[in-house]
Design a protein around this ligand. Structure first.
Ligand code: CTP
Length: 410
């Protein structure tokens, strides 16, 4: 990766987790890209890596103690907290996140986080149960609301022998996130300022006659949550919504439609945009014949309904030669073979990534308040933990802001 044009600097807080060894590699990557790194080693962090290793790799003094007379006379902790362009916490332990969320300041790392006026990027690392604990969920939600940017954690095997979400993001991932933030493309509030986003949501209703229709179980909750998160990130949002029982997101433009064909036309009219997200559960078929009057029960028995295929909105937008959005996101709602089908859909629809959801009745996604998203891209797939639909939406928007920035930066 190329070095940023202006020399930049990072204040790296190394917390107490086995993943601290990866921070050594992170320092190496940063230094290689010409980024200056000052490190703060917490007491717990010092159990995993030594100040000597950090100093050797960073070429800088390592700060460990809030009450160090030498450090305070050379560079006070307030000055230190503002000395870099970005504060990075890696590994960000449950303890460090809890302290930061509550504004505690009882050691050097927490005091720096409270005193700093710079953006903060956190790379959490902990046992999966700690990560999923409601206390950690609350703390992360608070930190996100405060503007902290998260990278990871990932799913995988942990040092404790258990497997799940909590593995720290790889140094390369953290490095890429740092670069994005340093390039002024942070995924905090305002990450999508000046960007136009179009999202479809809800089901479509396909009339059989003036009183009956074909529908599906989509509640529209995830699409609406995405629209809200995008508004919060500063985007100019157009939500094209099928019939749902939800309040329109404040600050967005809502276009209400009923059928797939109306949805396709509304999306078309809303383009061009930077990001298109097809979260709607569009009915695949509609009734071929147009019954102007209510179908009556007759002597001929039940009516035979001939179905014809609806336009594929996502494939249509992805296939545009002109005014194709920079980033196109599809959803794959599957009841089996989630990844396999999602990957096929990615290829078939020509979009840039697929958010795959398990919608088998056991998963409770359809109509429920939680969602487990798997992000499927041509490069691979990442499974996110089960999150409330608002948190999942926020995470998706952060992720998309990063990807958009990376695309535009190419
Ligand atoms: N989609 C769309 N227009 C359609 C059908 C689907 O824009 N007519 C979009 C959905 O919004 C979603 C993605 O395509 O983002 C996948 O939808 P899904 O219903 O899971 O896929 P299908 O095309 O119906 O494929 P399959 O029948 O194999 O599930």
């Amino acid at each position: 990766m190329a070095a940023p044009q202006n020399p930049r600097s990072i204040l790296l807080i190394v917390g107490g987790g086995i993943a601290a060894y990866k921070s050594l590699e992170l320092i190496r990557l940063l230094r290689g890209a010409g980024v200056g790194v000052r490190t703060v080693l917490t007491k717990a962090g010092g159990q995993f890596v030594t100040a000597l290793s950090l100093a050797s790799l960073s070429g800088e003094k390592v700060y460990e103690d809030l009450f160090s007379l030498t450090d305070e006379t050379e560079m006070g902790h307030i000055q230190l907290s503002r000395s870099a362009d970005l504060v990075v916490i890696a590994p960000a332990t449950a303890d460090l996140l809890a302290k930061a969320a509550h504004g505690l300041a009882n050691d050097l790392a927490s005091t720096l986080l409270l005193a700093s006026d710079k953006p903060v990027l956190a790379a959490p690392a902990m046992n999966w149960r700690m990560w999923e604990h409601p206390a950690t969920r609350r703390n992360c939600a608070q930190l996100r609301a405060d503007g902290v940017i998260f990278v990871g954690p990932n799913e995988g095997e942990m040092a404790c022998g258990e497997s799940g979400f909590g593995r720290m993001a790889e140094p390369e991932e953290i490095f890429a996130a740092i670069r994005t933030v340093l390039d002024g493309r942070a995924v905090t509030k305002g990450a999508l300022t000046g960007k136009k986003l179009v999202v479809t949501a809800g089901p479509t209703h396909e009339p059989i006659d003036p009183v009956r229709y074909i529908a599906n179980r989509s509640s529209g909750k995830q699409g609406y949550a995405i629209a809200r998160a995008a508004v919060a990130a500063g985007a100019d949002v157009t939500l094209v919504s099928g019939p749902v029982d939800l309040s329109p997101p404040a600050g967005g433009r809502v276009i209400q439609v009923e059928t797939a064909r109306e949805m396709a036309a509304a999306v078309d009219a809303a383009l061009p945009c930077d990001i298109f997200i097809a979260a709607a559960a569009v009915a695949d078929w509609r009734v071929a014949s147009d019954h102007g009057e209510k179908i009556k029960k007759g002597s001929k028995g039940p009516p035979e309904l001939k179905l014809v295929e609806n336009p594929d909105i996502l494939a249509g937008v992805s296939g545009r030669r002109e005014a194709r959005p920079t980033l196109i996101v599809g959803f794959a709602a599957e009841t089996e073979k989630l990844i396999e089908y999602a990957r096929k859909k990615l290829a078939r629809k020509g979009c840039d990534l697929i958010v795959a959801n398990d919608v088998s009745p056991e998963a409770g996604v359809m109509g429920g308040d939680e969602n487990t998203m798997v992000i499927v891209t041509p490069e691979g797939e990442t499974r996110w933990p089960k999150l409330g639909k608002d948190d999942a939406a926020q995470r998706l928007i952060e992720y998309l802001a990063l990807r958009l920035a990376q695309r535009e930066g190419v």
